[in-house]
Design a protein around this ligand. Sequence first.
Ligand code: DQA
Length: 145
Amino acid sequence: EKILVINGPNLNLIGQREQEIYGNSSMKDLEQMLKKEAESLNVSIDFFQSNHEGYIIDKLHKSQHTYSGIILNPAAYTHYSYAIYDAIRAIKVPTVEVHISNIHAREEFRQKSVTAKACIGQISGFGLYSYVLGLYALLNHRGRK
Ligand code: DQA
């Protein structure tokens, strides 16, 4: 079982960026934490981060025959990228949308997700633990948990 984690724009800066919202753990910390969790669940996990919409779409396309599930934080693209919405629908790989912050409790423009409609569900507001919950949600969806 192979799971892919995709992080969108500016998430490479977590740990430095708006710490009161995103905390002080880095992308490296996130990857280490998820790797550990994945190992204990006997799944392998890969990571991809890009600040470019098209690269995220290319990665989604390529994941089609390689991964059984995707954990996706589209970051600001969440709120307006119909191109990413279309890509998630096109690939038919079960995808869970995750957010570090609770987007429903923030500025109005963040309260809408156009990408979540293409996903099996959304997890928002649990800090980096949102990704762990996303992993469990994917395994549950596949009948593994
Ligand atoms: C985010 C929430 C988005 O609104 C924001 O643009 C991000 C991060 C989150 O994980 O909380 O970059 O996706």
